[in-house]
Write a protein that binds this ligand. Sequence first.
Ligand code: MRU
Length: 363
Amino acid sequence: MNVDGVPYRTIWRTESGAVAILDQTRLPHAFETVVLDDVEAAAHAISAMLVRGAPLIGATAAYGMALAMERDSSDANLKAAHALLLATRPTAVNLRWALDAMTALLSPMAPSARAEAASAEAARLCDEDAAICEAIGDHGLPIIRGLHEMKNDTVNILTHCNAGWLATVDWGTAIAPIYKAFDAGLPVHVWVDETRPRNQGAGLTAWELGRHGVPHTVIVDNAGGHLMQQGLVDMVITGTDRTTAHGDVCNKIGTYLKALAAHDNGVPFYVALPSPTIDWTMASGRDVPIEERSGEEVSHLTGRTADGRIETIQITPEGSALGNPAFDVTPARLVTALVTERGVCDASPEGLAGLFPEFARAA
Ligand code: MRU
């Protein structure tokens, strides 16, 4: 997508062959790129959330494997790189998917062929992710168009966390249909949940929507239910970090409460996802490993001061215990439909297997 007229992806190879990313811990206050020199830097970028969002975590892991192979393409290092990267974040299944895909390609090869093949495969996975996300946008567009035709007015869409292009290689998942609708001239307005504790909504979704010119309003996480009661939300759409084969959806903490409020108010609740986010080995959302992150994300806030400095402040009293589960699970029964690169389906085993029969059969 464009940043001030310049097209960007979230991860790319520079002309000198380095892997570059946008540092998302600095947005929205500073737009900075960081070069990843080795697999350790790629692992750090994922665990410290310089990159985040399920598809981008997978893409960064793929490039991490490529960097590892450039330094040492032995069997032992292939295994070590896989283990290092897999340990970075537990919930987004795209990480395991990308690492397994890289390992399946590389391990039968002669070590001397691995570096070049890994780099080409990482680039291919990135191109594929961008194409998948654009297709999600194309399949989600008719939902927004339908709502517009029904009310003949601006479509108000609520989203949680950041599932825009910053969370993927390009386009995004939940935000891709919104970009498509906006680009097609449909009047849309986005309610952006701030998404405590890391504020991916307030900092990242608001930033990228603003760069693209999409009208939006940042709200506190607790405002969504009230807005739905007032008839000010026509649909909710979120991304997901892991969707089970039965259609349960794990996403950023707070998503479940939005789904409950949407259900109570008759507001359709959609989830957009690329197929690598489906965990075909898991049926129930209760089995998804939920990442517990540092309490410091709850006790502290980072922002920009009036004179332009980026500062971190503490908001909780000394000594209070801190809990920080980073994801929750929305049961399939609360999801109106899933929007994928192959079309829209029910959040059910039949719905997913209908669109992806080859994966469902293999599981
Ligand atoms: O902790 P994060 O910022 O990596 O969480 C991201 C999300 O929860 C997104 O909604 C999800 O990855 C889907 S993004 C395309």
